[in-house]
Design a protein around this ligand. Structure first.
Ligand code: FA5
Ligand code: MG
Length: 386
């Protein structure tokens, strides 16, 4: 019992975010239009990107340095914008279609039907475009998501936007969109070299509602391609609405945890939330060359759970139950079996990997967690455990 208390974040009742005072009861409510758990509220004021000695803060400053040097301090910086935003800011203003999955309660944390925890820093694009032509927005973002070493329900992004005027692309021999796309890729490749020196990277064509064309950058890390950012040439409609119809712009959204994992060789995204001194003491402000020395690895423990799902079952809901019970002791949740019987009932089997980065877990403790998971999937998700 005592040991489990240790990794729980203290639950404060009032926070100050971007100059706004917010009470717990304003964010976490027992109400069908609210799906924010206490564990998420506990992360709201943490602002890892503002800690000078934290890997996320160190990385942020290194990125600032790149932009300040290469663009003579032209980029305006924002890192204290409140993460509670309207549905309009988060989705409508960046042209996310009415029926897009990202709007669902399964993917986004809603405070009420009109207010969300921003799921990307793009939520601030449209407003800032009115007064600025070069800007960087850093902040914590929130998503209901799967559980593994590169996904966490709270993470940090940095948005970058640059607006061009006709005299920038005139004479380039290119159309405005190609000009902006080329400049964007050059800027981000330069940033990757500034941070990592030489590194294996590749561009992937993708889709975002707010850019066209759109790209993702992947970097080779721990034997896999890891997606580190999304970007593209801003949809003209967004510029038009911000009074910039004669301009062209590019925008990007960096995943700061992913970049910091590569930069410092950090193997698991949960580590960013560790207050264990053996982790935190390894980093100091301004130091990019440091490679994380792993604490001795403690053994994982795997537990399987099988149940008959129902129509409302989703994997994100299941993951939230597991996080609610096990917090950062859960390392991965993986679907290992999925079948439908003759009666049309579907069964899922998930393998949960429990592992602490700080100590060995006891059998007793893990069994208790697993029983709590079993109880809660039944009571909260209405599934039938097999
Ligand atoms: C976006 O969020 C877009 N807003 C990015 C963008 C901005 C595109 C401006 C175009 C113009 P995406 O959902 O792919 O895109 O997330 C961006 C990055 O955040 C990803 O590449 C990844 O590095 C990081 N990321 C996404 N989900 C998680 C997660 N659960 N945990 C940690 N990092 C994540
Ligand atoms: Mg993506």
């Amino acid at each position: 019992k005592l040991q489990r208390e240790k990794w729980r974040q203290p639950v404060v009742s009032v926070l100050e975010l971007g100059g706004v005072k917010i009470a717990r009861d304003d964010v976490v409510r027992d109400d069908p239009t609210n799906n924010v758990p206490d564990t998420i509220f506990a992360k709201l004021g943490m602002q890892l990107h503002k800690r000078e000695k934290h890997p996320i803060g160190i990385l942020k400053n290194a990125i600032f340095e790149y932009f300040d040097t290469n663009y003579s301090n032209k980029f305006d910086k924002f890192d204290d914008l409140c993460p509670l935003v309207s549905v309009k800011q988060n989705f409508d203003d960046v042209l996310v279609p009415e029926d897009h999955v990202s709007r669902s309660y399964n993917d986004t944390y809603y405070i009420d039907s009109q207010t969300v925890l921003r799921c990307h820093t793009s939520a601030h694009q449209a407003e800032l475009l009115r007064g600025h032509t070069h800007f960087l927005v850093t902040g914590d973002v929130y998503r209901r998501d799967s559980i593994d070493s590169t996904h966490y329900p709270v993470f940090h992004q940095m948005e970058g936007v640059r607006v061009f005027s006709p005299n920038d692309w005139d004479g380039s021999g290119m159309d405005a969109t190609s000009f902006a796309a080329r400049d964007l890729k050059k800027c981000l490749e330069g940033l990757a070299r500034h941070l990592f020196g030489s590194v294996e990277m590749r561009w992937i064509d993708t889709y975002f509602p707010f850019t066209n064309p759109s790209f993702e950058l992947e970097i080779f890390f721990q034997e896999k391609w890891l997606e580190v950012l999304g970007c593209g040439v801003t949809e003209q409609e967004i510029l038009r609405r911000s009074g910039k119809e004669n301009n062209v712009a590019w925008a990007f959204g960096l995943g700061l945890e992913r970049l910091a994992m590569i930069l410092f060789d950090i193997p698991d995204i949960r580590l960013f939330w560790s207050s264990d001194e053996r982790f935190t003491s390894q980093f100091s402000s301004g130091q990019l060359g440091v490679k994380y020395k792993p604490l001795s690895k403690y053994p994982p423990c795997f537990k399987d759970i099988s149940f008959w799902i129902n129509d409302s079952f989703t994997e994100n809901n299941f993951c939230e139950v597991v996080r609610g019970v096990a917090g950062d002791l859960v390392e991965e949740v993986k679907l290992i079996d999925n079948f439908t019987n003759k009666k049309g009932m579907t069964s899922h089997c998930y393998r949960i990997a429990y592992r602490s980065m700080e100590r060995s877990l006891t059998d007793e403790e893990i069994n208790k967690l697993q029983w709590d998971v079993r109880d809660q999937v039944v009571s909260k998700l209405n599934v039938v455990v097999r």
